[in-house]
Design a binder for this molecule. Structure first.
Ligand code: GPW
Length: 829
């Protein structure tokens, strides 16, 4: 419970918190104060890191009044809060974003210049918090940005991993993972609040007892407890005086170590509990879309949702709040199934701790949660073995069993006698082992269930959760993903932003549909010329970066063809690679005169989960092909393959604005949405893509003349599977494909060793679960169309401008509006 140390002390404040003056003088003064009094150094002695820390703290101090004011207003206004529960937030660097949000960019630039400080170097000092794997984590970061910009009350809850997503390097073409010690030099953006720590229990047993009224009650006696310490991060809206909060939890031991054991000389034993507790938030699991079912992962999940629920109920709501009205004040949005253990946790709090009847508690719980599913891959759906869950969270397993029992009664009532359906819908799977299906639990408990693109939401209803859809059709809805235009256009592409603002004003930054006003300019030769100038400048900027970062040269006269995303077979990086090798093979074999090859640089960026063997083999093959193709004189430099290591948000912000062609080539029905696809289109790259995820919606909006579509539809994929897919038949029948694969199989790229590529080739020829060989021919045809279109710069520019003009829909502000209308506050618009 709240102790005296937690009492607010507003009485002591004399008035509103004052920001430093928003002038160059004011900024310099605050900066020097931060340097002298915060870092304890003089300007003349300061390191780049001192300067970065002081600059970050300066920006912070300008945002502080808004943060305190927003918090104060939220406490007063008693509105419903969005509690966004996400195990991942892939934030990217904070300094640039916070300068942008507070409109201090120009002032800061001038202030640094006056101090003789190299602003670019100082910005380069920031290590991005990589607290996410890929799309799902970056989506969460975009969503909290939009909610702040729209002044929606939101608390983002998550985990403050001490180590984020690993740093990738390549050694002999193979991925090597290094720990991401992002906190090594300290983070100026976080505010630890140890006084707001909460306790979280694990393991132990449950027992029943009779309360004062003689009612039978259950209580959980955990075997051990850890402390969750919240770290607060500012989430500023775009120049609107709003700063929301991201609250990330760090696990600590209750007692630093056992002094008596230490004094007895057993040093290892003395710190065992401490190590145990601190392991919980030590490191982000690097598996994207492939849960490993590890006990520590479940500990992480329970840890952060238990902290978050406790925090909201005990510390955020008014002290005497009547929990019967909880759904009026909170909606917990479950970012995939990772936080779903929050459902039995809320039931436990209401029933065991607050003494609610089961039915009453369930009625409340069902209105406090909504669930977003982000996948269609069966292997990505989390299940927790009953044995493990029962050992770690015995009370929660009992609660899940009871939820399931009562749910199955409901099913029986709706579909009498349909035992098959009941078995199919059970939250508890019996095979291959007894396990809790977290997506089913989320669907049963959630007031709403949504997919992340139109096609995905449809397939979710039809294929993943059809029985649930039959039972509760109104529960299902769609919210197509979005991206924040602040980071991914205004910040990452300042030149294009200026061109847009010069043309239509700056309203687009918070109202992205206004980009439509650019449409007429697609026909204006002068505008097209300026648009191409912007692209060229962005390409030059990327070239400078890659020179320094990776020691490679980016050819400025090439078409820049980019495929950046996690390495997954379903995303089909191998299909892109087959295209590359086919171009090379064509020249090598004399089929194509080298002068006919469109000068092109193919840029890959991708991390593989460390335990995903096939993905790592594909990384090796990409690097091996790059090494050969880039140096073989036969290509005359016309084909370059670059694979800068450690693709992350920081690199994305440089790559995306420079790209000409965006590769979105997953097998139809596999990519839930994709969000990179939106970022490229919004930055004036054209898409080559399949009818998958949000590509479908991009195509609809930009029109088929401005999108290179190829490949099967999802039903066609299903039909081919039904007929029996034989990948080797494509190899046998397509001479280009055969020559391409044979060149790889000959060991040409691997120093004459065919064995080095056999795993990938064997998989392609004999299994090819994502039908790369079936897609090859059509993909090459689409690439031919790309080259013909690129040969006409005016036509290409026209298309890219129309892409930008027509992609306003993909603002995450629109996604948030849709969540509000369809899920969080329906009927209140
Ligand atoms: F498997 N996504 C992701 F659904 O980045 F949980 N990590 C994940 O673990 C999962 C999904 C999960 C991605 C989807 O693959 C991508 O299509 C989507 O655009 C993104 O989540 C955001 O919705």
């Amino acid at each position: 419970r709240r102790g005296p140390s937690f009492e607010a002390t507003h009485e002591l404040a004399t008035g509103p918190v004052a920001s430093p003056p928003a002038t160059v003088d004011g900024f310099v003064r605050e900066f020097l104060d931060q340097l002298n009094f915060g870092q304890g150094v003089k300007l003349s002695q300061s390191t780049i890191n001192d300067q970065y820390m002081a600059l970050a703290r300066t920006v912070r101090s300008y945002l502080m009044a808004s943060w305190l004011e927003t918090g104060h207003r939220r406490r007063k206004e008693e509105t419903k809060v969005v509690g966004y529960l996400s195990a991942e937030y892939l934030l990217g660097r904070q300094l640039g974003n916070n300068l942008l949000a507070s409109d201090l960019q120009d002032i800061a630039d001038q202030a640094m210049e006056r101090c003789g400080i190299d602003m670019a170097a100082v910005r380069g000092q920031e290590v991005e918090p990589g607290l996410g794997n890929g799309g799902l984590g970056r989506l969460a970061a975009c969503f909290v940005d939009s909610l702040a910009t729209m002044d929606v009350a939101c608390i983002g809850y998550g985990i403050r991993y001490e180590y984020g997503i690993f740093r990738q390097t390549f050694v002999d073409h193979r991925q090597v993972e290094e720990p991401d010690s992002w906190l090594r030099l300290g983070s100026p953006w976080e505010f630890p609040h140890p006084e707001r720590a909460v306790q979280v229990g694990f393991a132990g047993h449950t027992e029943t007892y009779a309360d004062e009224q003689g009612r039978e009650r259950t209580r959980w006696a955990p075997a051990w407890q850890v402390r969750g310490v919240p770290y607060h991060y500012m989430v500023p809206g775009f120049r609107n005086g709003v700063v929301n909060t991201l609250r990330l939890w760090s696990a600590e031991a209750n007692q630093a170590f056992d002094l008596q054991t230490f004094n007895r000389g057993d040093y290892a034993q003395a710190s065992r509990a401490e190590i145990f507790a601190e392991n919980i938030s030590k490191v982000l699991y690097p598996d994207d879309s492939t849960p490993q079912g590890k006990e520590l992962r479940l500990q992480q999940q329970y840890f952060f949702v238990a902290c978050s629920l406790r925090d909201f109920i005990e510390n955020t709501l008014p002290r005497d709040f009547d929990l019967h009205r909880l759904p009026e004040r909170i909606i917990f949005q479950l970012n995939d199934t990772h936080p779903v253990i929050a459902v039995p946790e809320l039931m436990r709090i209401l029933v065991d701790e607050k003494g609610f009847d089961w039915d009453e508690a369930w009625g409340i719980t069902r209105r406090c949660f909504a669930y977003t599913c982000h996948t269609l891959l069966p292997e990505a759906l989390e299940v927790w073995p009953v044995e493990l869950l029962g050992r770690l969270l015995p009370r929660h397993l009992e609660i899940i069993y009871r939820i399931n029992e009562e749910f199955l009664l409901e099913v029986r009532e709706a579909f009498p006698g349909d035992e098959g359906r009941i078995r199919r819908m059970s939250i508890i799977a019996e095979q291959p082992q007894r396990a809790v299906r977290m997506a089913y639990l989320a669907t049963v408990a959630g007031a709403k269930v949504n997919g992340v693109a139109e096609l995905h939401s449809q397939l979710l209803r039809d294929d993943v959760l059809p029985d649930f859809n039959a039972m509760w059709p109104d529960k299902f809805t769609n919210v197509t993903n979005g991206i924040t235009p602040r980071r991914f256009l205004r910040l990452a592409n300042r030149k294009l932003s200026s061109l847009i603002t010069d043309t239509i004003g700056d309203g687009w930054v918070t109202d992205l549909d206004r980009l439509r006003e650019l449409e007429p300019y697609a026909n204006d030769p002068e505008f097209r010329r300026r648009f191409r100038e912007v692209k060229a400048a962005n390409k030059a900027r990327l070239g400078d970066l890659l020179q320094v970062r990776d020691g490679v040269e980016l050819r400025q006269d090439h078409l820049l063809d980019v495929m950046v995303k996690r390495l997954h077979e379903y995303k089909r990086q191998t299909l892109k690679l087959l295209h590359v090798v086919s171009v090379y093979e064509g020249v090598l074999s004399g089929r194509t005169p080298v002068e006919q090859v469109t000068p092109r640089t193919v840029l890959f960026g991708a991390k593989a989960a460390p335990g995903y063997h096939m993905a790592k083999e594909i990384i090796y093959l990409i690097n091996a092909v790059a090494a050969k193709v880039n140096t073989d004189p036969v290509m005359d430099g016309r084909l370059q393959v670059l694979f800068p290591a450690n693709y992350n948000v920081t690199l994305a912000e440089k790559v995306i604005p420079a790209a000409d062609l965006s590769e979105q080539i997953s097998l139809a029905g596999k990519e839930a949405s994709g969000t990179g696809n939106m970022k490229f289109a919004l930055n004036g790259a054209l898409t080559i893509g399949t009818l998958d995820g949000a590509n479908v919606e991009i195509l609809d909006l930009v029109g088929e003349d401005h999108f290179f579509l190829f490949g099967m539809t999802e039903p066609e994929v299903e039909q081919l599977l039904q007929r029996g897919y034989v990948p080797s038949a494509y190899y046998d029948q397509d001479p280009v494909l055969k020559a391409t694969i044979d060149l790889i199989g000959s060991g040409h790229f691997t120093g004459g060793d065919p064995g080095a590529v056999s795993a990938v080739l064997d998989n392609l020829l004999n299994h090819d679960p994502f039908m790369a060989l079936a897609g090859f021919h059509a993909y090459l045809g689409a690439q031919d169309r790309v080259e013909r279109a690129y040969a006409d710069p005016e036509g290409w520019s026209r298309s890219t401008i129309l892409n930008v003009a027509r992609c306003g829909f993909f603002s995450s502000d629109r996604s948030m509006r849709d969540y509000l209308d369809r899920i969080w506050a329906p009927g209140q618009a």
